[in-house]
Ligand binder design. Sequence first.
Ligand code: BTN
Length: 265
Amino acid sequence: MFELTSLETAPPAETEFIGRKVILLQSVDSTNDYAASLVRGGEAKEGAAIFAEEQTNGRGRFGHVWCAPRGTSILMSAILAPEITAAQVPAVTAIGVLAVVEAVREEFRLDALVRWPNDAVINDKKFSGVLARAERFGKPGQRFILGIGLNVNLESRQLPADFAASATSLMTELGAPVSRERVARALLVHLDRWYKNLKLGRFDEIEHRLQRYSSLPGRTVTLESRGKQYTGTVIGLSLFEGIQLRLSDYSTGFFPEALTTLISK
Ligand code: BTN
């Protein structure tokens, strides 16, 4: 019931790009690294989705690890080929996290939100993280790897202690185990929709939806950017410029995704 095997043999019929080809791995270092090796080997089909039951070196943002006990989660990387510029790169992470949030909201009626830039949360607890990277950026055959980790059937206490208190899963929120296949199919469908928006250059739509689902407006947060810490109130979110804070001296500023980590939120 909780197996992903059927995804490989019968990918979702309703997607145009994402998951038209599915690769399911029992164990891999990182689905992002595996996808990157496909790109480098010239075997990367646009929209291919690589799933793993287990990762031995799952990667998170800024060199962190992504932990997920075997068979409990969605661990997936999709290979994307949007024709975008360097300034538009934040849209890749954005479509990943929007797909997670909308899939979970629609499929399970859970109040999932985006915690900019790459987390999906329920009641401020993280259940999913997104990690995008570029391959051959600016060269012919430019690709993006969009990696998504999503806690489905796990208890927070199965995670390392420093993640456990701030993490949740779909099972924890719903009080019962969930079919990972159902989650995976919903995710592929929503990612396909957002990917088409990205390919069509609908950045306003992506930004608007990001703002609508953001968990941060009005919050006081501390973040680190370019080696300095800032504390302020969140007053805006721009897809390309990043998060906007009002600082204690009443000045305002944007902090871009690529250079910013939220420390307290
Ligand atoms: C984060 O929150 O820091 C991002 C975590 C991204 C984890 C996913 S799991 C599938 C894919 N493969 C990886 O090695 N990382 C991403």
